[in-house]
Design a protein around this ligand. Structure first.
Ligand SMILES: O=C[C@H](O)COP(=O)(O)O
Length: 254
């Protein structure tokens, strides 16, 4: 598939996989995807598996991502993980502001922007998640919600930091529900986000930012979604937990 930006497909394993299970999965993925050069492939295991997974993917085409981090560098923040700790395992990406964290940990746009700045300070690329609830979409508020989340979660990023940031558009009603947005719905939201980036930065910056779609991505819908001009990859949850389904999403997207 001829794309303006290189596709980035990330597996968000969420709170799944023991270290042993993570090693099995990533070892299989490494073999299955060894020949893929057209896509930036990222796996985001739980914190406990980062160390061992990082050893398996060393010198491979798979990059490591974390699912969250704290905005501070160190200190009395019990239970938290800092960017510098992620760097020890060569973590290149970190998912920030996932809707599950917005919902269960009450993360705000202001907090997410602090985390994004802290990630960049440690040379980790943030994958910043945005997306509307079903009631917001039905109430005609999709654009308003995306506008608020993009402005707030990316506040303070320089142009260069913005270019190195990935945005994941994840309509909350499509996450883990089996209800994928249609490719037209995804394209509409992605185009809106890119237009907003033009107004916040400029045309050239906006054209360089990769915007992933997330929400019930499967092997059967990946190609259609990725064929949209403003869809530059996927953030995959459930289907990233098995080598076959994640591998097929990547292969079908090329
Ligand atoms: O981070 C991934 C998203 O929440 C999508 O999850 P899902 O593919 O299971 O719907």
């Amino acid at each position: 598939m001829d794309k303006e930006r290189k596709l980035i497909i990330a597996g968000n394993w969420k709170m799944n996989k023991t270290v042993a299970e993570a090693l099995d999965l990533v070892s299989d993925l490494k073999m299955e995807l060894a020949s893929i050069k057209e896509v930036d492939i990222v796996v985001c295991p739980p914190f406990t598996a980062l160390c061992e997974v990082s050893k398996v993917i060393l010198h491979s085409n798979i990059r490591l991502g974390a699912q969250n981090m704290n905005e501070h560098q160190s200190g009395a923040y019990t239970g938290e993980i800092a960017a510098g700790m992620l760097k020890e395992f060569s973590v290149r990406y970190v998912i920030l502001g996932h809707s599950e964290r917005r919902q269960y940990q009450k993360e705000s746009d202001a907090l997410i922007s602090k985390k994004a700045l802290a990630a960049h300070a440690a040379s980790i690329k943030p994958i910043v998640c945005v997306g509307e609830l079903l009631a917001e979409r039905e109430g005609g508020l999709m654009e308003k919600v995306l506008d608020t989340q993009v402005r707030g979660s990316l506040a303070g990023l320089t142009k260069q930091q913005m270019e190195e940031t990935v945005i994941a558009y994840e309509p909350v009603w499509a996450i883990g529900t089996g209800k994928t947005a249609t490719s037209a719905q995804a394209q509409e939201a992605h185009a809106f986000i890119r237009k907003l980036l033009v107004s916040l930065y400029d045309e050239a910056t906006a054209r360089r930012v990769r915007i992933q779609y997330g929400g019930s991505v499967k092997a059967s819908n990946a190609r259609e979604l990725m064929s949209q001009p403003d869809v530059d990859g996927a953030l995959v949850g459930g289907a990233s937990l098995e080598v076959r389904s994640f591998g097929d999403i990547i292969k079908n997207s090329i």
